[in-house]
Design a protein around this ligand. Sequence first.
Ligand SMILES: Cc1cc2nc3c(=O)[nH]c(=O)nc-3n(C[C@H](O)[C@H](O)[C@H](O)COP(=O)(O)OP(=O)(O)OC[C@H]3O[C@@H](n4cnc5c(N)ncnc54)[C@H](O)[C@@H]3O)c2cc1C
Ligand code: SF4
Length: 468
Amino acid sequence: MIESLARLNQRPYHRRKLVLIISAMRHYAAALRAAGYDVDYRVAPDFLTGLREHVATFGTRHLICMAAAEYATRQFQQRLADEPGIAITILPNTLFLVERYPPNRPPALMEPFYRAMRRHTGLLIEPDGNPTGGIWNFDHENRRRYDGRPVPPPLRFAPDEITRQVIADLAVACPRAIGSADDFDLPVTREQALQALADFIARRLPDFGPFEDAMSSEHDLLFHSQLSPLLNIGLLDPLETAQAAVDAYRHGHAPLASVEGFVRQIIGWREYIYYRYWELMPDLLQANAWRAERPLPDWFWTGRTRMRCLSKVISRVLDSGYCHHIERLMVLCNFAVLAGIRPQAVNDWFLECYIDAYEWVVTPNVIGMGLNADGGRTATKPYIASAAYIDKMSDYCKGCVYDRKARVGSQACPFNTLYWHFLITHEERLRANPRLGPAVLGLRRLSTDERRAIVAQANEILGRIEEL
Ligand SMILES: Cc1cc2nc3c(=O)[nH]c(=O)nc-3n(C[C@H](O)[C@H](O)[C@H](O)COP(=O)(O)OP(=O)(O)OC[C@H]3O[C@@H](n4cnc5c(N)ncnc54)[C@H](O)[C@@H]3O)c2cc1C
Ligand code: SF4
């Protein structure tokens, strides 16, 4: 096992993420040694140097490794075949079910992909082959606003000696890392990951479905699982995670709508995103279908904006490395699309700031789903909305200096002005999209003067975006 200093410093990553990965690695090495395996564990300037040192010490002739999840690392693995005297065998990546059940033909949409995955795994499938409950999708039941009910907090794991050492080591090794590891409390062993999974299933899964899309200024997690960092480094297996939710349903501990919603995220969205990544790379990295060129505002690095939703969500991310899906999609990416921020700048920000961020999952979610910059190949429509949506699903607008109802005027919410400006600017193209046609129809109610006022105000606020 190699701790590559070059990889740890490839970007200024969130410190909590770096501690999670390195602590999990060191705990894993210790567990393997305790189980009787020989482990060669190295800290090296980069992977290749570490590997060459290992080969020189042990005379290794044959390397067996799991295919990396990310494009550049997989290319690196393939290049290892050029190393003199070493044979390399690359095995499928076991962190994804789609490597076990590849689709027969490329699915264009998530829904058929997900249904095929349900059939492959047998999750929520009845003996007659039909979906449990008679339907595949309970999304219509899963759109409630948070109603103030108690939210069970996630389990916290106090750092042990290994983790404390990692925090100290990385303080020196990664001076550019962002955020703080002072309150580090994430699971770093398989046992702790299983405890975190069991805790989610018992205490938050029952309310997961109805409040899946809800946002709250008070609760960052609400009823979400925060299991993505653990799934993405292999402390949890996707099938066991989804199976645990299905077991809770079978034992009457969680309603079907919540369980199906969760299973859909794990064996549907997560797998589809990974599949899409490999379909669309490497072009995906440079995609910019809406020709958005504005730089990312500086306040993405401080949270200092008067827009309360963005300020709260960004501060939360900089602090903990986490916010849930709808805030990533409908607050952060929504603003970035409407304001015409360059997709690659947004992608970089997501890669650096989150504890669960890896290129295979960030790039299709940000450039594909969130910004629709891949020309609709990941999601069929841009996820754009005005303040009406944010107000419906959250308490952010209450207490915001901006007026959530106005689209022009000095107090108008920038989401409103920019939403209508986006529709006006891209009217023709949006009209051709059957999923967005109805939104564009709203433009018919705008007079020429109203359109002019919106465009003028949008240009004005985009000109002083740093001050919003
Ligand atoms: C713009 C944007 C950026 C994102 N960046 C990341 C990222 O860096 N890392 C990451 O793991 N996920 C990312 N996602 C997907 C999703 O937002 C997170 O997986 C989720 O918020 C993690 O929190 P959770 O574990 O509490 O999720 P839950 O709401 O509890 O969902 C359960 C699990 O489903 C999986 N999942 C759900 N949706 C997706 C999805 N679209 N893509 C992949 N997995 C999904 C995750 O493994 C997650 O743990 C991103 C989504 C968007 C829209
Ligand atoms: S009014 Fe606008 S800027 Fe303020 S919280 Fe609501 S959506 Fe965000």
